[in-house]
Design a protein around this ligand. Sequence first.
Ligand SMILES: Cc1cc2nc3c(=O)[nH]c(=O)nc-3n(C[C@H](O)[C@H](O)[C@H](O)COP(=O)(O)OP(=O)(O)OC[C@H]3O[C@@H](n4cnc5c(N)ncnc54)[C@H](O)[C@@H]3O)c2cc1C
Length: 454
Amino acid sequence: MLTMEDYLRVREDFNPFVQNGGKRSEDHTILELGEISAEEQKFHVPGHGHNANGAVRPGVYMNTLTPRQMESLTTLCNTFVPQLDVPSCVAADEATAKFYRTSASMTGAPEQLGGLISERMEHPKLRLMKLTLWLLSTWIGTFILCGMKSMSREFPYFRSFPQLPHKRREEIIMSWSNSAILQLRMFASAMKLLALLIFFTMVDEKDDNPSWKAIGYCGPDPEFKKQLRRLTLPTTPSPIPSPPRPPPSQHFIYHQDIFGPLHPGLIQMSTPRDAVANSLQRLGFPVSICPLKDNPTLMPFPSLSIQGDAVVVGSGSGGGLVAGVMAKAGYRVLVLEKGSYCARTNLSLLEGPSMDQMYLQGGLLATANMGTLVLAGSTVGGGSAINWSASIRTPQHVINEWSNVYGLELFDSKLYADALDVVCKRMGVQSEISKEGFHNAVLRKGCNELGYPV
Ligand SMILES: Cc1cc2nc3c(=O)[nH]c(=O)nc-3n(C[C@H](O)[C@H](O)[C@H](O)COP(=O)(O)OP(=O)(O)OC[C@H]3O[C@@H](n4cnc5c(N)ncnc54)[C@H](O)[C@@H]3O)c2cc1C
């Protein structure tokens, strides 16, 4: 959406909130908004697509991998999720039998993964990954990467990865996982993670996944789904009859129910410049449109000059709070958020599409060595919109460490304790639970058995 670093300049480097002791400033921060990159928009435009519930579905990605790369990718996916015969010892119901018989390629997982690799993944080793996929489609590349395991006793003696029998491919991937060569270990773990992630989270047109019944997952919470359907827009295609339109006095509440409480203050930066300027003006930000010829040399394509008191970049737990406090104190605050806004009614309630829509890089952001997946929210609300809200007051031993060891005395002050009170009250932080979630119950049981205090 906004490519901040390239196009944004905030002039006048004073902080009105601090300098004026919380009083409204007569001066302004001038924000020059340059060309807006619609690069990420194609994945996030609300209304881009809807699922069976009428909820927003993220975009479909264009797969630009070559046929050779796709051949290797498909074989790799099928090595992790092969088509299997149902073992006679398993009293399989229909769903379980189907699960056994379904390989990754039968669900279209490799194509979907190809699209994600092509358009969504950003990683310094992405080129290497694509090169490896290509190499595996050739016999010589397979020999280099897999060694003697890629050879056959029969003609042709050298085989490409897709030509190898399933068992041999499994052995090769196992050997990569334990290899002394970091890049092979990285490739094996990345492929495993991606193939399984896509296989278990992708959904068909009916929002179903062939593995869910077999593994005992019921899909999106049916109760919450019902609540959302009641709020579906009358014009949105939905199998459930739309609710009657409320009387005009209730329009505002109804509108917010559907589009979310923040909708009135949102401006989509992909809309035409004039429309952005009008919306900003309607919200109380004086705006001037700079003709391109008046372009200062520093800015490549400045288009809007906006007057406000503060600009907050990012609407997560940190930025959202700062913006909220300042706005409440009377400042005109502009919050720049690169993610999209997902109102409750726009939630698909499906892990795969939601991750794609609400997580930074669609949840595919990994460390340089691909050892750790970095999960972070990238949506209005940032991490607070997707996190689990497990909240505790800062423990005293942590406060002591921050204050005594690192000299951060603020944390041992009454000011900080009071701030914690406010946050805890606002969020309803408490340790009483009426029903413990399954994964917490498992964690608690494990800790108890290991003798850890819980
Ligand atoms: C899955 C998950 C579960 C979690 N569970 C818990 C929990 O139970 N309890 C807990 O205390 N914490 C939890 N956390 C951690 C918590 O959510 C984060 O620590 C917190 O949100 C960080 O706040 P922040 O403001 O620093 O950044 P974020 O909340 O990550 O917000 C940053 C925002 O800035 C936007 N942004 C970034 N760069 C730009 C740019 N250049 N231009 C415009 N916008 C930009 C991003 O899109 C994002 O929306 C969890 C995190 C995750 C990912």
